[in-house]
Design a protein around this ligand. Structure first.
Ligand code: 2M8
Length: 415
């Protein structure tokens, strides 16, 4: 058997903390939302019971309003900032107060197909539907079809150049002292800057003062971005949720989900910009398009069946970004001013983003590019190990090591 597969499985065992998986030891000592969804897809390939546990443990953190938080603090740890005392959410199990990309239902459908276990899928399906309803009410109260993020951490791409303009408006003052822990685990040059952290925590202070009431937050938010990557993931997850509703004979649910999906499909298509050959998000505070060239502009491939013309344009642009890169796919267009090859979400390649892009390329019948990206990802991991992410120019593994979502992506992509 491929020894890397054994190693990937060993990492998932090492990062197990009792039915849930931490992203990596010390740097991220809790359960993260979209990390767990990717991990569950990895487990679904060989241990469906453990995959269900991953999602069940995440749902323990779900709020009464339907939100599934971005971090569930199952057990205390002092190796991460900001912890529960900064979030001040007063949930029975301590959680953060913001969310993360809704990969959950994509994982649930794959898991259900692998197990056929309706009894175990159904409560998770209900949790996912509550969460999708939350997205469409709390994060799109005007019914545009594009869902909004109120914090860069909600995107999963924390310090992406996509947020530079919108985040610059957020003050650097905080009521909470910023006591970073990440830079004691990982080189500071690979992490967001101090100024970013001050703004991240300013936002947490504003929302804590709203007592985490979503309507108040919507009104007060100094950062509000209607985002194409999150909407694309929500739409793909919505398609999977609808398939489950249909299979379970829940026809009212299915009709409700179809309406969500149609609205988002139309809205996403309207964000296509031919001049850039990609989709763009919208800054809801300024009303402007976000033109920063990041990978998010290609993520709608995951959820849309593009016309041949559009797909050709997307693939040609993706190819331009990939040319000369040792490891595709760069999260910022190489060599623009904001591009930094090692700084977290400002350029590096991430196995989970590649995984989503590969699914999107396959859906849109672009098998050659999908295969090239798959091979590039698998080779990077086999050469450098299960790093958090990769420098696209040198191929070097960066950030945390023994990373759970890189292991899960490998299990799926190397198979
Ligand atoms: C990173 O984000 C956390 C905050 O959520 C952090 O830097 O402290 C991001 O890469 C995010 O996408 C990921 O879910 C998380 C855990 O892997 O780390």
């Amino acid at each position: 058997m491929n020894m890397h597969i054994n190693e990937a499985k060993r990492i998932l065992v090492t990062n197990d903390r009792g039915g849930y998986t931490v992203p990596t030891d010390r740097l991220y000592p809790f359960q993260w939302n979209w990390d767990s969804a990717f991990v569950a897809m990895g487990f679904a390939l060989y241990d469906t019971d453990r995959a269900y546990r991953e999602l069940e443990r995440l749902v323990e953190g779900q709020w009464a309003d339907g939100m599934i938080p971005h971090i569930v603090f199952h057990q205390p740890s002092d190796s991460y900032f900001p912890g529960p005392n900064v979030w001040r959410t007063r949930h029975s199990i301590p959680t953060s107060g913001i969310t993360q990309p809704p990969v959950f239902a994509i994982a649930l459908r794959k898991l259900h197909e692998a197990s056929g276990d309706r009894t175990r899928t159904l409560p998770l399906y209900e949790a996912a539907l509550k969460w999708h309803r939350w997205w469409y009410s709390a994060r799109d109260p005007e019914g545009t079809g594009l869902v909004a993020l109120l914090h860069p951490w909600e995107s999963g791409s924390d310090n992406s150049p996509a947020w530079d303009v919108a985040l610059a408006r957020v003050p650097t003052t905080t009521d909470t002292p910023v006591v970073r822990k990440d830079t004691s685990h990982v080189n500071a040059d690979m992490r967001p800057r101090n100024e970013d952290y001050q703004r991240f925590i300013h936002l947490v202070d504003v929302y804590a003062a709203c007592e985490w009431n979503w309507a108040k937050q919507w009104e007060k938010a100094p950062f509000k971005v209607a985002e194409v990557q999150t909407t694309a993931i929500l739409l793909k997850a919505g398609e999977d949720l609808r398939a489950l509703a249909q299979e379970f004979g829940l026809l009212d649910d299915a009709a409700e989900i179809v309406a969500f999906n149609e609205k988002s499909r139309r809205a996403l298509l309207a964000q296509w910009r031919p001049a850039f050959s990609r989709f763009v998000s919208r800054d809801l505070v300024s009303g402007q398009d976000i033109e920063a060239p990041t990978h998010a502009g290609f993520l709608p491939l995951l959820a849309l069946d593009l016309s041949a013309d559009l797909a050709d344009a997307v693939v040609a642009e993706m190819q331009r970004w990939s040319d000369g890169m040792k490891v595709a796919f760069p999260t910022t267009k190489p060599y623009v001013d904001s591009f930094e090859a090692k700084r977290y979400w400002r350029g590096p390649s991430w196995a989970i983003i590649n995984w989503l892009l590969i699914e999107g390329l396959t859906r849109n019948s672009r098998a050659d590019m999908a295969e090239a990206l798959r091979l590039s990802t698998v080779r990077a991991i086999e050469t450098e190990g299960f790093a958090e992410y990769f420098d696209p120019i040198t191929g070097e593994g960066c950030g945390g090591l023994g990373f759970s979502w890189t292991a899960a992506a490998y299990l799926s992509l190397a198979a």
